[in-house]
Design a protein around this ligand. Structure first.
Ligand SMILES: Cc1ncc(COP(=O)(O)O)c(C=O)c1O
Length: 458
């Protein structure tokens, strides 16, 4: 049969050239296409991806209110860095920083920055740790050759990335089976005069728990008194920074603790804003290394900025401010408690199935359920992830934990704002069905296993 090539006139009248033609993908296109064709081309491509509403792997916001979406759509053309032209946007960034410093119990006036996400905030925060350490060492006439940073194996990969990019020795405390966070006894042997800081996680990517921030703070206070080493503590609150203040307001992890000098949080996770927005907040202005700040004369106005990139949109800053004033403490607390309640119900349902162990549900935790098979089955957690996605489109990741807990496989379902009770009931039912299918067929086929996503998501 000869191939059918529609005329341009027919394609223009009835539809889309790319209904039958291959899409441009390798060379820079010679001629363009109509806006309708371009819209359909992109739309049809991404329609083949997963549905964000069933993505329980990601911590990142997948739904915002229509009014917030309107703010985002109406401000995409406003370059955030042009403070001279858009001074109100710059002021709104500062308001968000002050509100977050207040939420994190900063003792007085402070400083911070909007970033693209927690990764940029961590790079900047850790650079500040490094440069402040260098200044301290130089003032004491000591070597600045071998900086190190102490953190647990439960951190996000960005901490190792920082160490590699910025030439700092990573001192990583390994995990072990059954122990998925770190505390003062883990940290103590690694701290010396070349330690630029210790990083603790509030809400780990792996199980949603927190490092023993109080214990690590107490250790560092003791080291300061006994050995004269003032080692700062940075809290990676990428997810937890917008959860703990509302679910566990009496549990200290923030600037209430003396050695906590800086905190990062992702606005686009439990700050409930679309990607990408993150925040870096210092305890006091003096915690920001002065060398990080650039005085720029740009478009007629001198500005003091510290960022890794320059131009970026204003929409997410404005959307963050929208959320802060729209929800306030009461609204965030209501939303977080709803998520926590639905996570509790999901954990109960999984436990009632009799084949799963829930990980650390009695501890302070992000609104999620981390679970694993408790007994011998003829299938594993990766198979469940595969079957669930094949049968119902749910994205629930299965992954192994970092060393030395690499033999432990877990699954994790985020319970976010859009995960209603009806969704929880359906998901639990679908997990039960997936397990029933796997019992019958005896695990996933090797070709299916090869397609399983094995990372923890982010
Ligand atoms: C604990 C933790 N730190 C840092 C990050 C990186 O954050 P972002 O994606 O905002 O750059 C993540 C992302 O999941 C995280 O969970």
């Amino acid at each position: 049969m000869t191939s059918y090539v529609p005329s341009d006139a027919d394609a223009a009248l009835f539809g889309n050239r790319f209904a039958t033609a291959e899409v441009p993908s390798t060379t820079f296109p010679t001629s363009g296409m109509s806006p309708t064709d371009a819209l359909r081309l992109v739309g049809e491509d991404i329609a083949l991806e997963g549905d964000p509403a069933r993505n329980l792997a990601t911590f990142v916001t997948t739904w915002m209110e229509p009014q917030a979406q309107r703010i985002i759509a109406e401000n995409l053309h406003r370059n955030f860095i042009d403070h001279a032209e858009y001074p109100r946007t710059a002021e709104i960034e500062q308001r968000c920083i002050r509100m977050l410093a207040d939420l994190f119990n900063a003792p007085g006036e402070t400083t911070g920055a909007r970033t693209q996400g927690s990764s940029e905030a961590i790079m900047l925060g850790a650079l500040s740790l490094k440069w402040n350490w260098r200044t301290r060492q130089a003032a004491a006439g000591k070597s600045t050759d071998r900086p190190n940073l102490v953190f647990g194996g439960d951190v996000h990969v960005v901490w190792e990335k920082f160490c590699r990019y910025f030439d700092v020795e990573p001192r990583i405390v390994p995990l072990s089976p059954g122990k998925y966070t770190i505390g003062p006894d883990d940290v103590a042997p690694h701290v010396d005069e070349n330690t630029i800081g210790v990083a603790a996680v509030l809400g780990t990517t792996f199980t949603g728990h927190k490092d023993d921030v109080v214990g690590i703070n107490d250790l560092l206070v003791r080291i300061k008194k006994e050995r004269g080493l003032d080692v700062p503590l940075h809290v990676d609150g990428a997810s937890g920074g917008f959860v703990w203040p509302f679910l566990y307001p009496d549990s200290p992890w923030d600037f209430r603790l003396e050695q906590v000098r800086s905190i990062n949080v992702s606005g686009h996770k439990f700050g409930l804003v679309y990607p990408g927005i993150g925040w870096l907040i210092f305890r006091e202005k003096s915690d920001l290394a002065p060398d990080l700040v650039f005085e720029e004369n740009y478009l007629g106005k001198t500005d003091a900025t510290f960022t890794l990139n320059f131009s970026t949109g204003s929409s997410m800053v404005l959307a963050q401010y929208y959320n802060l004033v729209r929800y306030g403490r009461d609204g965030y607390t209501y939303i977080m408690k709803n998520m926590q309640e639905n996570a509790r119900v999901l954990a109960d349902k999984l436990e009632a199935m009799g084949r799963f162990e829930i990980i650390g549900r009695e501890e302070e935790q992000l609104p999620l359920v981390a679970f694993r098979l408790s007994g011998d089955e003829n299938f594993n957690e990766f198979d469940i992830a595969w079957q669930l996605s094949a049968e119902r489109g749910w994205m629930v990741p299965a992954y192994t934990l970092p060393p030395n807990a690499q033999d432990v496989t877990i699954m994790r379902a985020l319970v976010k704002e859009t995960m209603s009770r009806e969704h929880v009931d359906t998901l639990a039912h679908d997990i039960e069905d997936a397990c029933a299918t796997l019992t019958r067929k005896g695990g996933a086929h090797p070709s299916e296993r090869a397609k399983i996503v094995t990372g923890p998501g982010h």
